[in-house]
Design a protein. Structure first.
Length: 106
C-alpha cells in the first residue's frame, strides 16, 4: 500500500508541476486552485507513504515520477520539443526509479 500511495503522490506531482505555467504566476484562479489541490494531495500522499518507506527511497521515486511525467506532459500536451539525448536520459531516470524500488528494503 505505501508504494501505491507513493505512485499517487508522484502522479499528483505531475499534475501540479504541469499546471504551474498555466497559472500565469498564480494570476489565474482555476489553474491556481488546481495547482494547490494537486500540491496538497501530492504532499499528503508522500507523507503517508514515508510512514513506512524510507524517506530517501520515497523522495527519489517521487521526484523521478514527477520529473519523467512532467516531461511527458510537456512533450505530448504542450508540444514541447525534446532531443534523443534527453529521451535517453529520461530512460535512465526510469531505470533508476525501478532500481530504487527493486532494491528498497520494503
Amino acid at each position: 500500500m505505501p508504494w501505491l500511495l507513493l505512485i499517487g503522490a508522484g502522479l499528483s506531482e505531475v499534475v501540479w508541476a504541469s499546471l504551474l505555467p498555466v497559472t500565469d504566476g498564480f494570476s489565474r484562479l482555476w489553474p491556481t486552485l488546481g495547482f494547490v489541490v494537486a500540491l496538497v494531495v501530492s504532499m499528503l500522499l508522500l507523507a503517508l507513504a514515508v510512514r513506512t518507506l524510507p524517506i530517501g527511497t520515497a523522495y527519489a521515486v517521487w521526484v523521478g515520477i514527477g520529473a519523467v511525467g512532467t516531461v511527458l506532459v510537456g512533450v505530448t500536451v504542450r508540444h514541447q520539443t525534446t532531443t534523443p539525448g534527453n529521451l535517453v536520459a529520461l530512460a535512465g531516470l526510469v531505470a533508476a526509479i525501478v532500481a530504487v524500488k527493486l532494491t528498497a528494503p520494503h
